[in-house]
Design a protein around this ligand. Sequence first.
Ligand code: FCB
Length: 405
Amino acid sequence: MLKFPKDFLWGAATAAYQVEGGNDHADWWHWEKKAGKENSGSACRHHELYELDFELARGLGHNAHRLSVECSRVEPQEGKFSEEALKHYVDVILALRARNIEPMVTLHHFTNPVWLADLGGWEKRHSADYFLRFSEHVVRALAKHVRFWITINEPTIYFSHAYFFGVWPPQEKSFWKAMDVKNHLAAAHIKAYRMIHKVYAELSLPKPAVSIAQHMQAFVPCTPSSKNKFAAFLRHKWFNLSLIDTFARHKTLDFIGLNYYSRILVELEKWGLRNFVADICKSDHHPVKKNSLGWDIYPEGLCDLLLKLKKYNLPVMITENGICTPDDNLRWEFIAEHLKCVHQAMEQGVPVAGYLYWSLLDNFEWDKGFGPRFGLIDIDYKTQQRTVRESAVKFSQVCKTGILS
Ligand code: FCB
């Protein structure tokens, strides 16, 4: 029987574009069509059904919920802010508060307004200032009701997928462009962090807690060759930690938001820049169970990463951890095994403040469309019928009692 602290935050995470539907001012919306991908369309219609969804979360004992604000709704044209969209997000936050669910708000979760993409997106230095202006509008509108902020979701995944691997809009494949974007995202976070604290001080509100949600992977050398060991070490330093190091140095993290899903077996074909960044074992040596996208299930990686974060002396919040699978027993096994690892890390002195499962609902999984099922709640996309999964009920016992038995 494992006991978690009384004030532990329990819940799930979502992102606006993946659940809301109808986000036709976002760059993704247009890219889906251009690239011949499945369209996000009306997604889970969460934009209108959010109260229903939060009612389900409340019933499941969640006391926290991570959501994002869709920037293309709030600023559909450059410099023109939609009061209606801002009011919508105030209503959304109040709907959570009314159910005693602590909101955690993300300002950037992969999408951009079309106008920003047309101006060169994150490749351009001005992106950080556009982000700052947008963020200040949102923060001023929501500050009274929000304590936890995530400025940018998974900056490393965003710049690598969109600018290095070229699989997300704008499909660039340039290491140097990716590095520019990384720097602009870093500048954007630092500016937004300072702005958020300034706004709270100005409004005489208690200090907020601000961070990013950093995607980290367990980089494991496939064989103990020095090439693979060195590459795994570098990838951990570079992919997992370099932004956290920068932000810790600038004192712009109040906690560490950690998104964890999987293991990467590092196996270099040859020495080379691209090989160093991207080579993985292709033969499934050391096989483990996988999710429906083929990602390795590797809970011990979470404990290991948490222990590696101890040196920062900051609380850690699991801002995403989840599995897409048609096998709901495997989902519960996944959650339970990862929670055991969280508990183990806490016993070894890592201050973990909460666990947010990805995701509350099945949703639009970016370039993979609606196929992968990550939700605690099943969505029938034809009828928009919600059905709570058995794994969600089992997880709710932990949320309600703080005990994993
Ligand atoms: C994370 C993203 C999230 C979702 C999950 C499966 O990388 O932050 O939006 O797509 O993966």
